[in-house]
Design a protein around this ligand. Sequence first.
Ligand SMILES: [Ca+2]
Ligand SMILES: [Ca+2]
Ligand SMILES: [Ca+2]
Length: 228
Amino acid sequence: MSLPLTPKIFLAGLILVFALFLLIFSFQPASAAGPITLDGNFFDWQGQTHITDPPGDANNDKTDIVQFAFATNPNDETAYFMAERLKGGSTEVIYYLYLDTDNDGIFSEANDRRIEIIYHPENNNSDVTVILYSGTGAELGVIASGANWGESREEGGEQVEWKVPFAALGIEPYQPIQMKLESRQGNHASDTTSVVQWSPADLLGVGLLAVILIGMSGWMAARRRQMA
Ligand SMILES: [Ca+2]
Ligand SMILES: [Ca+2]
Ligand SMILES: [Ca+2]
C-alpha cells in the first residue's frame, strides 16, 4: 500500500515540522542564560542544576566546598562542572570528582571514573589541570593543562569550571550516573559533597529527534486523512 506523495501533503508535513520546530525551541531556554563556556567567568552557571555543601565542614576554608554544579550544552556530548569553595585567594586546591558510571553505587570499578582537578589561581588568571583516571586509579588521559578556567586571585579564587566528554566517561546521553565531589588536603579528603544522581543529556539532539518524530506522525496522519 503505497500512495503517491502529493505536493499538498508534503507541504502540510513541512509546515507542521516547521511549526513544531518553532514551538519546541521557544521552550528550550528552560535551564539558564545560555550555554556553558569554559572561560573562567561564572555568569553562565546562574540557574544551572547544582547542590550546595555546608560551610565550616572542611579541614580549612580553602578546601571547603560550598557549591557543586553540573550542566550540558545543546548538541554537545560533554559534561560541564563547576566547583565553588568558601575562600580561595591564591591557594591551590585539588578536587577529585568521582563518577559511578554504571550507577551501581560503587565508585571504584574499572568502568567508573575519577577526575582530578588541580586549580591554581594566579594574579590575573588561573592555571587549571584536569586528569582522567579509571575508578581503579589508572590514568586514562589529560583533559586540560594550563587552562584559564578558574577565577583569578583578584576575582576571589573561589570558582573553577571544567569539562569531561561523555566518551571519556564511557557513557551515552541520558545514561544515569552518580557523582560526588571531594576536596583534598595532602593525602586525605578534606570535604566531600553528598552523592548526586544525574543523567547528562545533549538536549538539542533529543529535541530535534522529537521534532522529527512528531513531524513524521503528523505527516502520516495527513496521509491517513487523505486515504479516508
Ligand atoms: Ca564560564
Ligand atoms: Ca563544605
Ligand atoms: Ca560503579
